[in-house]
Ligand binder design. Structure first.
Ligand code: FES
Length: 202
């Protein structure tokens, strides 16, 4: 009878051990699978696309996102802000966005935006001079750094200015327009995918 008691005890121990090993094995099998569709923080900083929710960005407002460790500015421009852009062309270094390094082909137009959604500006928020993060001044009103300001970005490091399409002014240290990253709108219209161009666009 004593042996029976020992055997039962050992069987219970073995059953419990097997269950624990089985559970650990199942976890080990599940983790690599999850990692294939959830990019790690390292993958995201290395360049995985980022989904940005733009549904709460009010007209005239700018919101900052992160992609590849860089700030990305998304601005919902008002009709008045879009109309003001034409008036600053003569003050800019590259008003036609001829420097093709600074935007994908789909954004080489007067608004530097996707043609059917001209109100949305998406640019990398790093000054093209030495990489400071410019500040957003969206209002069409005189500012201390420019009495004829029509909205845009001001870099406090060495006073470079960009308009509301991220086009650089002539006569400032920054040599080029703010860079437009590849991006596309998701079908719901409330999100953009930063890091992927729209199908068919370069
Ligand atoms: S880094 Fe912006 S002006 Fe120098």
């Amino acid at each position: 009878m004593a042996n029976d008691a020992v055997d039962h005890g050992r069987r219970r121990f073995l059953t419990a051990t097997t269950a624990v090993v089985g559970g650990a094995g199942a976890l080990c099998a599940a983790v690599p699978f999850i990692k294939t569709w959830e990019p790690s923080a390292r993958a995201r900083s290395a360049g995985a696309p980022v989904v940005a929710d733009i549904s709460k960005i009010e007209p005239g407002q700018m919101v900052k996102f992160q992609w590849r460790g860089m700030p990305v500015f998304v601005v919902n421009r008002t009709p008045a802000q879009l109309a003001a852009l034409k008036g600053v062309d003569a003050r800019l270094r590259d008003p036609e966005s001829d420097n093709t390094d600074q935007q994908p082909a789909f954004a080489k137009n007067e608004f530097r935006a996707q043609k059917d959604k001209p109100q949305w500006l998406v640019v990398i928020g790093l000054c093209t001079h030495l990489g400071c993060v410019p500040q957003f001044f969206g209002e069409l009103k005189p500012e201390p750094f420019d009495p004829n300001w029509q909205g845009g970005f001001y870099c406090p490091c060495h006073k470079s200015r960009y308009d509301l399409s991220g086009r650089v002014f002539a006569g400032v240290p920054a040599p080029a327009n703010l860079k437009v990253p590849p991006y596309k709108f998701l079908p719901d219209g409330n999100h953009i995918l930063i890091g992927v161009s729209p199908e068919g666009a370069a």
